[in-house]
Write a protein that binds this ligand. Structure first.
Ligand code: PGA
Length: 241
């Protein structure tokens, strides 16, 4: 099975840098064993999508609205994203949960909206350091899954991906032991199966770089990577794919 490698550019690049990075990646990736997705910010999505059109690289957005259309000032419709050529959408990233107060209810609505628009939802889940230290990792993950997937009845194998991102590993340079991550990925696959009767892919994110990525990709339950910092330079990103 193809591994899924998703680049999350967050809000780290300006317009010129984003377009240059997209062009550079396109030039250097003619074909790949992996499914590669880049998630630029909304402002450059259309242009990055044009650049990557005739390449094997897919486009994702970092978020979407929880409605297809309506009076939602400042939001971006998943339908409009789809029209731009977007195929994937990150939902419930921990930075949105913590800094934009995004609740489980909103995340659930976003998953439903994304699926209605035929986008692949990449649902991000993960525990904080204090939750990990209190031995609550699986409890937290299960509750995030149950909230996000409540009443979602259109899950197929290929329209939902879970990204396991321990919050304490994001942007810190600290990673989880890959064997422990593998065990947690197995747990997440099983729990999604119990909820939806579908077997989905679970990818890992949190301080992945060219030195450590292979330790994750060689685990049998880890179907790919969600990469922040190491996806911002073509040189480091290319090494992961
Ligand atoms: P990082 O970010 O690779 O910089 O830790 C990952 C993410 O937040 O998706």
């Amino acid at each position: 099975m193809k591994k899924i490698i998703i680049a999350n550019w967050k809000m780290q690049l300006n317009r010129v840098e984003s377009l240059e990075l997209a062009k550079e990646i396109k030039k250097r990736v003619k074909n790949s064993q992996a499914e590669i997705v880049v998630c630029p910010d909304f402002l450059v999505l259309a242009d990055v999508s044009k650049i990557l059109k005739s390449s094997p690289i897919k486009i994702g957005s970092q978020d979407c609205a929880f409605l297809d259309k309506g009076a939602l000032t400042g939001e971006v419709s998943p339908n409009n994203l789809k029209e731009l050529g977007v195929e994937y959408v990150l939902i419930g990233h921990s930075e949105r949960r913590s800094q934009m107060s995004e609740s489980g209810i909103i995340i659930n609505k976003k998953i439903k909206a994304a699926l209605r628009s035929d986008l692949v939802s990449v649902l991000c889940v993960g525990e904080s350091l204090s939750e990990k230290e209190a031995g609550k990792t699986k409890k937290v993950l299960l509750s995030q899954l149950k909230e996000a997937l409540s009443g979602v009845d259109s899950i197929k194998k290929n329209n939902l991906i879970i990204a396991y991102e321990p919050i304490w590993a994001i942007g810190t340079g600290v990673t989880i032991n890959p064997k422990i991550a593998n065990e947690i990925h197995g747990f997440l696959v099983d729990q999604v199966y119990k909820i939806s009767n579908k077997k989905v892919n679970v990818i890992y994110g949190g301080s992945v770089n060219e030195m450590n990525y292979i330790n994750f990709l060689c685990q049998d339950k880890i179907s790919g990577l969600l990469v922040g910092g190491a996806s911002l330079k073509a040189d480091s990103f290319i090494k992961l794919i």
